[in-house]
Design a protein around this ligand. Structure first.
Ligand code: SF4
Length: 206
């Protein structure tokens, strides 16, 4: 069993879950590239926790279960581990807790199957990092391992989420080259909400 304390962390009233440090992007603005503390907590996992370990960490977290929302987040892309997300989200939903998933939206491309239908019954909200108005900009800024196919996959993932999940939000960060207005229009055309996220931490190249 992992004895790592950073599987869960708290920001404001919410609990956040950190289940992997891996990602299929290498975004220029990733918090993992910050030269200071980023969030101010060490989220590098010595090993990835399995679902039972995540659930144990949640149950032993101070304040549990009095959280308005529990969020799968990072350092890293939670849907690289869809089985863990689904099992943990089911545990939370059975206790009437609201679950949000923050994702880069590439899971269906990466896994070659529709993973949305697996976690959707247990998840109230999904926040998808759109981060660009077009595939070229996305590829340049996010450097996905899936190359230029990744952006279209993110849009299709958003459409799939929109069908089965109550709240879907597309997000961007404030970064040179990202056109907020065009991204907002793209979110609206998909019927999703839109939000500009604030960047956390200091970047060497900024
Ligand atoms: S998608 Fe998120 S975790 Fe992955 S590289 Fe980009 S900012 Fe970092």
């Amino acid at each position: 069993m992992s004895n790592n304390m950073n599987i869960t962390y708290r920001l404001g009233e919410r609990m956040y879950l950190n289940i992997t440090n891996r990602c299929t992007n290498r975004c220029l603005f990733c918090i993992r590239n910050t030269v200071d503390d980023g969030l101010g907590v060490d989220l590098w996992l010595p090993q990835e926790p399995d679902a039972a370990e995540v659930i144990q960490a949640i149950q032993s977290a101070e304040g549990f279960p009095e959280f308005p929302e529990i969020v799968f987040c990072g350092y890293g892309e939670p849907l690289l581990r869809p089985d863990v997300v689904t099992e943990v989200a089911r545990f939370l939903k059975e206790r009437n807790l609201k679950v949000r998933l923050n994702t880069n939206g590439q899971a269906n491309l990466i896994h070659g199957r529709n993973v949305v239908s697996e976690f959707a019954p247990y998840v109230e909200a999904v926040s998808i990092s759109l981060n660009a108005q077009d595939a070229d900009t996305y590829t340049e800024l996010c450097r996905p391992i899936g190359g230029k196919d990744a952006y279209q996959a993110v849009l299709e993932f958003a459409v799939e989420c929109q069908r089965v999940i109550p709240r879907v939000t597309l997000t961007i960060v404030d970064w040179p080259g990202i056109d907020a207005q065009l991204c907002r229009q793209k979110a609206q055309s998909l019927g999703a909400d839109f939000r500009v996220r604030s960047l956390t931490g200091k970047f060497e190249n900024r």
